[in-house]
Design a protein around this ligand. Sequence first.
Ligand code: EPU
Length: 300
Amino acid sequence: MSLTLPLELLALPHQRAVPFARLSTLGIGGTCDYLFEPTTAAQAQTFVRACAREAIPFRILGAGSNIVSLGDIAEPVLRLQLPPGIRAEGRHLHASAACGLVRLANAAADAGLAGLEWACGIPGSCGGALRMNAGAVGSALADTLVRICYLTPEGERVERAPALGDFAYRTSFLRNGHLALGLELALAAGDPGELRDRMAALRARRSSTQPLNARSAGCTFKNPPGEAAGRLIDSAGLKGLQVGKVQVSSCHANFLVNLGGATPTEWLELVARIREEVQRVHSVPLDLEVEVWPASTDGP
Ligand code: EPU
């Protein structure tokens, strides 16, 4: 399946035939037929409006750190390449959706702004972090979010304060074609040296409890209410379980690592086995935390 796209879209910056292995931290998947990389919000708006007008479905990619692509993707994929746009104004911090979360956390500490230290080891983009309401050590992005800028699926630009129900544990309203463009956080005053020390301690803990040097998509399953998916998988005896080249990490059981050359089929089979076994041993269903992209031929 290959799409013919209107000239208005093809005039925007894009690449053809990009292997998904290069676009995601897990490093599996087929080929991304069209990768659009707008460098301005206006280009992103042109993209979304043209897709809406021509009824072309598209997919949105952030830093690729929380995604599993199951095959070839024929629909245009949008990956923002806006400048980071980091700006501190009093205790408020602004950034574009393309800014890396780690970079934003470092900028917050340098500016003496506290409340974003938890983000110092999360490899995603701010846009992806908004969409997932990324979080760690009991905090999440929505906790300090005071303003968000996004495009609706029709390409209308909206800037507003978050509303009740917009964000929940590892999810948000930014689904179904909503494209985050930027955010504003309200942080607290802090001492830059102390903030950097706290971040260094969090990074050290993270690198001793998570397989950061292996290729993975981070935590695979959401934590069920009151439980930790990693603990459930571990105590079901599944650490080290392997299907082909995908393995349950022996460091953190909620990470599935690509040992090199893993395939989507192997990843899916390992996910199914884990769910089955955790259900059998603990009677707890596990929901995926990572975003899974079906191949285009399987239907969007
Ligand atoms: N545990 C085990 N065995 C394991 C892994 C964990 O027994 O193999 C136990 C730990 O000992 C601990 C509990 O499970 O008692 C929770 O583990 P951890 O502190 O590592 O945190 P987590 O709940 O597994 C969450 C986020 C992580 C984030 C960490 C640190 C989710 C699904 N995961 O993990 O986020 O880095 O907290 O705050 O919410 C991600 O989103 O991709 C991610 C990795």
